[in-house]
Design a protein around this ligand. Structure first.
Ligand code: BES
Ligand code: MN
Ligand code: ZN
Length: 461
C-alpha cells in the first residue's frame, strides 16, 4: 500500500490543533454554542481528544484535536495519529496550532496511522486523510512513510510468502526501481565464494540460503547496511519451544529494516555510496542441519564452535560483516533481531544499539528522539570479550551462563569488523506487540528513521 497525503483540491474540513494550556484562551473567543458543545462533550484539549464542531444544522464545519501538554506527550508518541484514527473518513487541513518542532513527526504519524496489512483481508480500511502542511517537505515524509510501510509489509508476510528467494525478489524489484545493482550468491556457491557460515545455517531448508548484495550511488561516503534475513527461525536442531517459535517469521526484520532504510535513502537521493548485504536463510530442521558442537570456519578464518543452533543470526551476519569489512567503508551498520536478551534489557519499544564512538552514539540518540524512533546506547563492554572464548575454537556462538546476551552477541559481531573504524549494531525487535498510535500491532521499523535523520551529521553530508 502507498501512504500519502491527500491531493490538493480535495474538499477539506479545517482542523484546529489545541495545546491543553491554550484551551481556555481559545474557548473564550468561541460563540456560546461552541462553548456549550465543548462542555457537554467534556472537551479540554487533552491528548488525543477529538471534537467535531457542527453548525446550527448539525453539519460538520471543522474539528478540534487536543494535543495535551508537552509532559503528556512524553508518555507516548504520535499524538496527532491518535486523533486521526478517531476522525471521520474525510480530508482534513490543519489551519492552526501545529507546533513547528512537532510538525514533521506528527504529520508522519498521520501517514503511518493509515498503514494496514491488508493482503489477507476482504474489507479494506478507510482513513481520514491529511493535506500536507506547507511548512513540510511532502516528498520526504512520503518517502519515509513508504519505507516504513515496506518494512512492516515484509515483516508481516508469513514465512511461506517471505522466503529467502522471495526476499531476493523484493531486493531485485527495489533495485530495479532505483537503478541499483543486485547480485546474489546462492546455495553451493556460498561455499565456493567463501560464505561457509551462511551456508551452514541455511542448508537444511529446501529453499537455498543466499547472500543478497545491493549497491547504489557513486557519490559520498561508503555506507554498508547489513540486515539479518532469517526468514524463519525454528531454532534448528536446538528447536525452539512452540511459544518461542510463534513469532519467528519476523526474524528477517533486520533485513526488512535495512531495505526500508535503503529505499528511503535511494528515494531521497541521499549522497552516499550505499551497499546493502542481506544473508537470507531459513534456520530449519533436517538431516543435513548443522549441529551443536559442530565447528565452523568463517569467511574471515575465525573458527566458531556451535553451542546452540538457535544462535544462528550472529553466524550468518559474521560472514556478511567480513565481506562488508573487506572494502573498508566509512560506516557499517548491522540490524538484527539477534537476541531475546535485548528485550529483557529494554523491552519491545526501545532499541539497544552498540557503537564505539561517543560522538556518533550521541548523534544517533538525538536523532532517534527527534523523529520518535527511540534508541538507547549499550556498551561493547570489553571485559565480556572473554565470555566468547571457546575451549576448542576461536569463538563460542552461545556461551554458557547466558548473562548480558545482547552485549555478548554484539561483541561476537564486532570480531568480524576489523578494518572499518565505524561499526554500529542495532539489536531490534521489529514487532509492535499491541496497537498504539501510528503503530498497529505487527511488524514495525525500528532504528531506520533514526539513522536516516542522523546521516547528515554522522557522515558530514
Ligand atoms: N531470533 C532469535 C532472537 C529473538 C528471539 C529475537 C525472540 C526476538 C524475539 C535468535 O536467533 C535467538 O534465538 N537467539 C538466542 C541466542 C541464544 C541461544 C544464545 C536467544 O536470544 O535466546
Ligand atoms: Mn535463533
Ligand atoms: Zn534468530
Amino acid at each position: 500500500m502507498t501512504l500519502c497525503f491527500a491531493k490538493e483540491g480535495t474538499e477539506v474540513v479545517p482542523l484546529i490543533l489545541l495545546e491543553e494550556t491554550d484551551f481556555n484562551g481559545w474557548l473564550v473567543n468561541q460563540p456560546t454554542s461552541i462553548q456549550n458543545w465543548c462542555e457537554v462533550h467534556n472537551f479540554k484539549a487533552e491528548l488525543g481528544q477529538v471534537l467535531i464542531l457542527p453548525d446550527l444544522e448539525g453539519n460538520m464545519t471543522s474539528a478540534v484535536v487536543g494535543i495535551g501538554t508537552a509532559k503528556a506527550r512524553e508518555k507516548g508518541r504520535f499524538a496527532l495519529a491518535k486523533a486521526a484514527s478517531k476522525l471521520p473518513k474525510k480530508t482534513f487541513e490543519i489551519i492552526s496550532g501545529l507546533p513547528d518542532e512537532l510538525a514533521e513527526v506528527e504529520c508522519l504519524g498521520w501517514l503511518l496511522s493509515q498503514y494496514t496489512f491488508s493482503r489477507y483481508r476482504q474489507c479494506q480500511k478507510e482513513c481520514a486523510t491529511l493535506i500536507a502542511p506547507d511548512c513540510l517537505d511532502r516528498e520526504r515524509l512520503e518517502a519515509v512513510a513508504n519505507g516504513e510501510a515496506l518494512i512492516r509489509d515484509l515483516i508481516n508476510l508469513p514465512a511461506s510468502e517471505m522466503s529467502p528467494v522471495a526476499l531476493e525478489d523484493v531486493v531485485r524489484s527495489i533495485g530495479k526501481r532505483f537503478d541499483a545493482d543486485v547480485q546474489s550468491t546462492v546455495g553451493e556457491d556460498l561455499l565456493s565464494n567463501n560464505f561457509p557460515m551462511i551456508h551452514a545455517v541455511g542448508r537444511a531448508s529446501d529453499i537455498p540460503p543466499r547472500l543478497i548484495d545491493l549497491t547504489w550511488g557513486t557519490q559520498g561516503p561508503a555506507v554498508v547496511l547489513v540486515g539479518k534475513g532469517v526468514c524463519f527461525d525454528t531454532g534448528g536442531l536446538n528447536l525452539k519451544p512452540g511459544g518461542s517459535m510463534g513469532l519467528m517469521k519476523k526474524d528477517m526484520a533486520g533485513a526488512a529494516t535495512v531495505l526500508g532504510l535503503a529505499q528511503m535513502i535511494m528515494g531521497l537521493e541521499v549522497k552516499v555510496c550505499l551497499r546493502v548485504l542481506i544473508p537470507a536463510v531459513e534456520n530449519s530442521v533436517s538431516g543435513n542441519a548443522f549441529r551443536p558442537k559442530d565447528i565452523l570456519t568463517s569467511r574471515k578464518g575465525l573458527t566458531v564452535e556451535v553451542n546452540n543452533t538457535d544462535a544462528e543470526g550472529r553466524l550468518i551476519l559474521a560472514d556478511a560483516l567480513a565481506l562488508a569489512d573487506d572494502a573498508k567503508p566509512d560506516l557499517i551498520v548491522s540490524m538484527a533481531t539477534l537476541t531475546g536478551a535485548a528485550r529483557a534489557a529494554v523491552g519491545t519499544d526501545l532499541v539497544p544499539f552498540y557503537c564505539d564512538n561517543d560522538y556518533d552514539a550521541e548523534i544517533i540518540m538525538r536523532s532517534g528522539n527527534r523523529v520518535s524512533d527511540p534508541v538507547w546506547r549499550m556498551p561493547f563492554y570489553e571485559p565480556y570479550e572473554e565470555v566468547l572464548e571457546s575451549g576448542i575454537a576461536d569463538l563460542d556462538n552461545a556461551p554458557a551462563g547466558g548473562f548480558a546476551g545482547s552485549i555478548v552477541a554484539a561483541l561476537f559481531l564486532r570480531r568480524f569488523v576489523e578494518h572499518t573504524t565505524r561499526f554500529v549494531h542495532f539489536d531490534i525487535y521489529g514487532w509492535q506487540p499491541k496497537q498504539a498510535p501510528a503503530r498497529p500491532q505487527g511488524g514495525i521499523g525500528q532504528g531506520a528513521r533514526a539513522l536516516l535523520d542522523a546521516f547528515p551529521d554522522l557522515l558530514d553530508l
